[in-house]
Design a binder for this molecule. Structure first.
Ligand code: SF4
Ligand code: SF4
Length: 99
C-alpha cells in the first residue's frame, strides 16, 4: 500500500537516524524552537534526531502524540517529510520481524 496511514512506526524505528541539515537547525533557531533543537545530537558530521540531554537515543520521537500524530507536522524535518516506508526494504523487514 503506497500511502502513509500515519501509523507512527517510522517515528519509532528510525529514532536516532533522522538527519537534520544545518539550514534546518538554523531555521528552528530563528523560529525560537529550542524545544526541537534540544533533542538533536551533533555526531561530528550531521545533526541527528532524537536524543535526550545525555545524548541517549530516545525510544520514539518526542513529538509523536499518543495517537501517533506528528505534533510538529508543519515544520517537521525534511527527512520526515520525504520518508515513505514502502520505499525502504529495510523498514519492511524490520516491520515484518516485529509483527
Ligand atoms: S511512512 Fe509508513 S511507517 Fe511512517 S507513518 Fe506513514 S505508513 Fe507509518
Ligand atoms: S517529527 Fe513528526 S514525522 Fe518526524 S519522527 Fe517526529 S513525529 Fe515522526
Amino acid at each position: 500500500m503506497e500511502i502513509c496511514i500515519q501509523c507512527g512506526r517510522c517515528c519509532k524505528y528510525y529514532c536516532g537516524l533522522i538527519t537534520i541539515s544545518r539550514e534546518e537547525v538554523k531555521k528552528y533557531a530563528q523560529m525560537g524552537r529550542f524545544d526541537i533543537i534540544k533533542f538533536l545530537k551533533w555526531n561530528g558530521r550531521h545533526f541527528l534526531a532524537w536524543f535526550d540531554s545525555d545524548g541517549k537515543k530516545l525510544p520514539k520521537c518526542p513529538f509523536l502524540s499518543k495517537d501517533n500524530k506528528c505534533t510538529i507536522h508543519d515544520i517537521k524535518p525534511f527527512m520526515c517529510k520525504k520518508f515513505n516506508c514502502w520505499e525502504w526494504p529495510g523498514f519492511l523487514i524490520n516491520e515484518a520481524l516485529n509483527e
